[in-house]
Design a protein. Structure first.
Length: 193
């Protein structure tokens, strides 16, 4: 009887149905965190959220505003610290930007996709780079140079390839976003509260 109960609990934890739109997401445990495997697909949020032609592969794309409301109850957008904890568990070599250089298999194992960036209902740079929102320090003033004035940067997680090797950098990043924090749209992952 104990064996049957354990099997039932394991099956219950292997997937999650978002009650808002009935989407099914798989769950994966990484250290003491439980992540939704697939990128978020929910689109009924305030702010910019859209589903491009590549939706089946990459999920929806979200502005900074819409990302704060995209996760289902019981989940949230990962903080920078939670992302760094996930990155730390990946096989690879530390880089000088708080991240790692990892083989493609590590991205695949953690369902991290090169979904590019969305703007005006179009995704750019798919299969070349990946961006994911964090919930930490998402907007801050930054003075790049006097002639550019007050620039606003948005922190996220950036996945990119330096050369033709099978290795990818995965690290926190600041994207130039002067006045565009709600017109740029990128992918979202959710982690359990």
């Amino acid at each position: 009887m104990k064996y049957l109960l354990l099997l039932f609990v394991t099956l219950q934890l292997s997937s999650f149905k978002d009650p808002r739109d009935e989407s099914i997401y798989h769950l994966i445990e990484r250290g003491d965190q439980t992540w939704l495997v697939e990128n978020m697909r929910f689109k009924d949020v305030e702010g910019v959220a859209y589903q491009p032609k590549s939706f089946a592969n990459y999920g929806s794309y979200y502005s900074h505003t819409s990302s704060s409301n995209v996760c289902p109850q019981g989940f949230h957008i990962p903080s920078k610290g939670q992302w760094l904890e996930l990155i730390d568990q990946m096989m690879g070599i530390q880089n000088d930007r708080e991240g790692k250089v990892v083989p493609r298999v590590e991205l695949e194992k953690n369902s991290l996709l090169l979904g590019g960036i969305g703007r005006q209902d179009t995704a750019f740079m798919t299969n070349a780079v990946g961006f994911y929102w964090t919930s930490s320090d998402t907007l801050k003033p930054y003075f790049r140079s006097p002639e550019e004035g007050n620039q606003r940067h948005i922190v996220g997680i950036h996945i990119w390839q330096k050369d033709e090797s099978d290795s990818f950098h995965i690290e926190p990043t600041y994207m130039l976003a002067k006045g565009r924090e709600n017109t740029l749209a990128i992918s979202c992952k959710c982690v359990k509260d």
